[in-house]
Design a protein around this ligand. Sequence first.
Ligand SMILES: Cc1ncc(COP(=O)(O)O)c(C=O)c1O
Length: 384
Amino acid sequence: MDWRTKLLNPHQLARQDYKSLVTPIYRGSTVVFDEQSLIKDDWEQAEKGYSYGLYGTPTTLELAARISQIEGAKHTFIVPGGQSAIALVYFSFCKSGTHALVPHSAYGPNKSMAEGMLRGLGVEVEAYDPLIGKDISKLIRSNTSLIWCESPGSVTMEIQDIPAIVKAAHEKNIPVALDNTYAAGVLFDAFKYGVDVSIQALTKYIGGHSDLLLGSVSVRDEEAYNIVGPIYMQLGLAVSPDDCSLALRGLQTLALRLDQLEKSTLKIALWLSENNIIHEVYHPAFKSCPGHDIWKRDFTGSASVFSFTFVDNVSSKQVETFINALHIFKIGLSWGGVTSLAVVYPDLVRPNKDFGGRLVRLNIGLEAVDDLINDLELAISNIN
Ligand SMILES: Cc1ncc(COP(=O)(O)O)c(C=O)c1O
């Protein structure tokens, strides 16, 4: 063989029996077949064997299998981010002429997609009160094809009565999808409570270090698997095996991180709730959080993100002064990482509620909790 050919010779020379604790990172688009008759182009790689990197490498499928096992799903699809997980669900269950119900408190870009792209494709999208519970049955139409849930809701933290919504939906054979990112797929057992599809932005708690973007779509049964699978293939939602490897590492410390984050977050939320300048604290473990009793009934813990509002005589300008005066808390979007973050939502409104630019969302990280409290105390003193 010429040296040029040797350079491209795919045969492995090194021993392949290295038993690492770590899942190897498999890069690759092309999969090589032993003979022409074995060539296939199939998304069901976990069951039928590998055909093309787009539908998963062993690294991707290992992450998918781990998420699936933890959530108790039939199967999990790994996608490039939480937002693409949401898109995959919409494309799978909504067709032109169908009707989808989405809570007012859904993640902003989710609502933008539903009210923008989905409506543009002829889907009737209707926003509903996240606290509606069993009365969701009154909104169900003959063409309803999906009920979306997110609990707690983004920013305003409403806890939804998922069992009641599932019961009403399943009486009419309508699938329920849940954005289960807050619970990291573990603090709320989506499939035990009857949900058909559970998505996560793995970007948040599974990644856990603000250095990757990934999402998961987990399905409860064969029926949902067969609906989502072909759409997953058609959309071409490729992910990086390096990011999957980071997410697999994140899983190893998820329990420790969640435990510590819960403790620190509760302490900070309590401290804020005792301060006269704070009007309300929207943390699921606090009575002031809409749906708190449902959280107590259905969740096994709380996480690191929550919101609070300043009292009415604090102006939105003063809230901005407060945010800018923080040093340890960084100003930034997203959550679930190890760094504490703060962000104000100046234009946030919900039906019948205008927060007047006084709502702040915090993500608590792994810094020493007393340093975080001091940081908040100092920043609050700036507006007094
Ligand atoms: C509740 C929720 N779902 C989905 C997403 C989207 O995740 P990603 O940023 O990975 O697209 C986010 C991101 O902030 C989120 O907060």
